[in-house]
Design a protein around this ligand. Structure first.
Ligand SMILES: [Zn+2]
Length: 360
């Protein structure tokens, strides 16, 4: 995938936008054709700085879909669900895409009432405003209500880390301020255990690992992978090299494996695209509509509900979200302020990063 660079709008007319890149201090004047602006309700939408494919010095013009652009007004919002603001230089797409993926989940939840001002109250207010208002909403009040200030620095952040911190604090709010302290826990908490079993003796050990998002490592050497094969990989029993076993006092190998002790109503999966060396794995991962996952004592069936996508590299990029109405099978794409219907084929792409499944 090409690197992304920032382009600044220097002029705009009805059907052309002149963009100046800031790549290595060289300036390129670019003409951008917006092919379907004429069909939109607002012939001169306001576009702000966004990330676009890398350009070389000979590039005179690029044509990019309007979907990649931010509008200050929703131009094709047929379902009256406005998007979220991402003003110039604020890099809020990590939070916007996360909220847009979680919004349908929280709309279906029986949320507690909060008398106190807390993050959960701010979050519910934002969700309500997103539904009731025809204006774009801002995630800034929500970010301000978080106990961590790390997401307010105007920099790009990892959407999975944001979701993790958000759920953690929503959970803390329910414990502190509501009569139903387990609502976030019972909805989202995964309990995975790391197990060890002796191959020649009855030695067993188990350590529980509570998670808000299930990280699934990708295997770069296997061409065709899907979420089912990644789950099988996670749960398979792997023999260790022989080591000293305390209960039986002899050297032998152990079987190491994971077990789902508890699976939640809403399962959030993070595909391990970002490696510790800074590389990003861009391979296409199969994402089934339905997942059947066995926990220690239950069989669970999940339906795909949303995908947060990451475009670009680990250094810079852009997040969007696609959500599926399970009843109508209609997919919607949320790109900051731009909300549009898409096909199922467009929903599953190389950029899929965070998957949200709901239990049947
Ligand atoms: Zn042993």
């Amino acid at each position: 995938m090409q690197d992304l660079i920032k382009l600044k709008i220097s002029d705009q007319t009805n059907n052309e936008i002149h963009l100046t890149s800031e790549d290595n201090a060289t300036q390129h004047l670019l003409k951008l054709k917006i092919s379907d602006v004429e069909n939109s309700m607002h012939p001169t939408p306001n576009y702000s700085e966004k990330q676009y494919p890398a350009l070389n010095s000979s590039t005179q013009s690029i044509e990019i879909p309007t979907l990649s652009l931010q509008t200050s007004h929703v131009t094709q919002n047929t379902n009256h669900l406005p998007g979220l603001l991402n003003p110039f230089g604020r890099n809020l797409c990590f939070a916007n895409s996360s909220i847009q993926a979680l919004r349908p989940i929280f709309c279906a939840l029986d949320n507690p009432d909060f008398a106190e001002h807390c993050l959960y109250a701010s979050f519910l207010q934002l969700v309500q405003d997103m539904i009731q208002s025809t204006q774009l909403q801002s995630v800034n009040p929500l970010l301000s209500a978080m106990t961590t200030s790390q997401f307010q620095d105007g920099q790009q952040h990892d959407a999975a880390e944001f979701i993790y911190k958000l759920l953690e604090q929503l959970h803390e709010d329910t414990v502190m301020y509501s009569q139903r302290p387990d609502i976030i826990d019972s909805t989202f908490r995964i309990m995975l255990s790391d197990n060890e079993k002796g191959v020649v003796c009855s030695h067993r050990s188990r350590e529980d690992r509570p998670l808000w998002c299930l990280p699934l490592p990708l295997n770069t050497t296997v061409k065709q992978q899907d979420v089912n094969s990644l789950l099988q990989n996670l749960l398979k029993k792997v023999p260790t090299i022989p080591k000293s076993c305390v209960p039986c006092q002899i050297q032998h190998s152990m079987l190491e494996y994971c077990v789902f002790e508890v699976l939640p109503r809403v399962l959030i999966i993070q595909l391990g695209r970002f490696l510790s060396n800074g590389d990003k794995i861009n391979m296409l991962i199969g994402i089934p509509d339905t997942l059947k996952i066995q926990a220690r004592t239950t069989n669970n069936t999940y339906q795909l509900k949303a995908i947060v996508k990451h475009y670009g590299t680990s250094r810079q990029g852009h997040y969007t979200t696609v959500t599926k109405d399970i009843q109508t099978q209609v997919w919607t794409e949320w790109n900051d302020g731009y909300v549009t219907r898409i096909s199922a084929k467009e929903a599953i792409t190389h950029e899929a990063y965070i998957l949200i499944y709901t239990k049947e």
